[in-house]
Design a protein around this ligand. Sequence first.
Ligand SMILES: Cc1cc2nc3c(=O)[nH]c(=O)nc-3n(C[C@H](O)[C@H](O)[C@H](O)COP(=O)(O)OP(=O)(O)OC[C@H]3O[C@@H](n4cnc5c(N)ncnc54)[C@H](O)[C@@H]3O)c2cc1C
Length: 504
Amino acid sequence: MQGTSKQQLNLVWLKRDLRTQDHLPLAEAELNGLPYVVLYIFEPSMLAYPDCADRHLRFQFQSLQAMQQKWSEIQRIPVLFHAEAIEVFNWFNKEFQIQQVFSYQESGIDKTFQRDLEVASFFKSQNIQWKQYQRNGVLRAIQNRKNWDTKWHAYMSEKPLLNTYSAALNPSFFEAFVMQHPFQVPSTLLIQWSQKEAQLQPGGELHAWQYLQSFLNERFYNYQFHISKPAQSRKSCSRLSPFIAWGNLSLRQVYYASKQKQVIIKNKRPLQAFLTRLKWHDHFVQKFEQACSYETKAINKAFDDLKASNNVHYLEAWKTGNTGIPLVDANMRALIQTGWVNFRMRALLVSFLTHHLDIDWKLGVYHLAHLFLDYEPGIHYTQFQMQAGTTGVNTLRVYNPVKNALEHDPDAEFIKKWIPELSKLPTQLIAQPWLLNPLEAAMYQFKIGEDYPAPIIELQGKHKTMVDQIYAIKKTALAQTEGKTIVSKLERPQKLKTKTAKKS
Ligand SMILES: Cc1cc2nc3c(=O)[nH]c(=O)nc-3n(C[C@H](O)[C@H](O)[C@H](O)COP(=O)(O)OP(=O)(O)OC[C@H]3O[C@@H](n4cnc5c(N)ncnc54)[C@H](O)[C@@H]3O)c2cc1C
């Protein structure tokens, strides 16, 4: 492609927006009229970062393959790169005359933010225009949340964009050339990402729409009733989170379809509860957009002083689902196998790690990021700190795993599925097998410590050390001043009170 005058070309840089519809950067590239290439970059430094897991990469790869399939008629494909973004754009810039790059804004971790700064400075130096568009309802460069809700609703109530693709604009000639680029994804990785993991949700637009349709056609009826039940929620929750996290669906597509359904049904409440949560999605991502230090530091600086005993054996037992507390272990084992548990169970895992095991939240945060197929930095770190109690402005909730098991898994259906070795016990003892007396143990041929681990801690009173510390810190002048800043910058105006603790 090198010669006296280089070919003009535009680029669409895909990030967490792996879909072909309601996609503004793609629409703008079409409108612009210049040939354009769509690219996706697997950056080695990001792949090696502790938040990245094979399951995420596989989902991304599946989503890209689905886009390719969808575009087969117009012979467009997303071109894959395995290199740092700056290397890729440098290469493009040498081979072509790049005019514009279209992408969505990324509310990512500091590492991706720094990468974007580097790329922006490169584009500027080369007179390349980088057009970044608003992702979902998340606003860039705002100082507080005044009028945020109104703007969010205005954006969501617009009809999703119907993308059209003209074959005439198809830059197959360029694509053929670009396909030969020097940053090919190693075949070992492609083989690894092509393998199916039967228990994980598959990526791609088609699967996303199937999940959305089955939710809106039948699964939503028990949405609020089952939302906290570890077994039933697997069906009654939408399970759209991975598709939203990697952008197989825009939040607006989900919002719009749900609103349409809500109009024609009698009982509006389940879908109202669901729509509220769609807003929570952006509410949390917005916090992170404004403060990505949530990933590594207590958002309320006073909680940097929180001391934890950080027992490595406890941490390992938590990570592998071997704490001897059935609901905790069942959740961790379900996550390892399937990449999903419901909100309450995620909160319980964080509470158990920090409040009961007395372990610093930072030691567990990447482990769950790895396991969640729907890992979305904007929700993950903000929620993790909220559940750990390091924001100083949210109600502290300490989850009791036995109480939760008895209330939300009364027939032990969930625990038995993930810890089959407990199945032979009577239902009322499954959540707390340590209560088995020697006679019962002999009768059921069950040995605690052999058939299933003995509990690594005693639940009663154990959370006191950490929780007392959190309360003490919460009362300090620093925590209160920090709290006020958090509230004024990151919270929506109507919701600004520091509340007392709750047992959950
Ligand atoms: C410690 C912790 C970490 C979390 N990390 C993530 C994460 O990385 N990615 C993620 O998508 N969710 C995360 N959540 C929020 C929530 O647990 C999941 O969004 C939800 O369980 C996904 O299942 P679903 O799609 O069936 O949700 P549904 O109940 O069907 O809700 C629909 C959508 O609304 C959004 N949503 C629902 N609940 C919440 C919530 N509490 N906060 C913000 N958005 C919400 C999600 O996009 C979800 O897909 C986390 C929660 C906790 C406590």
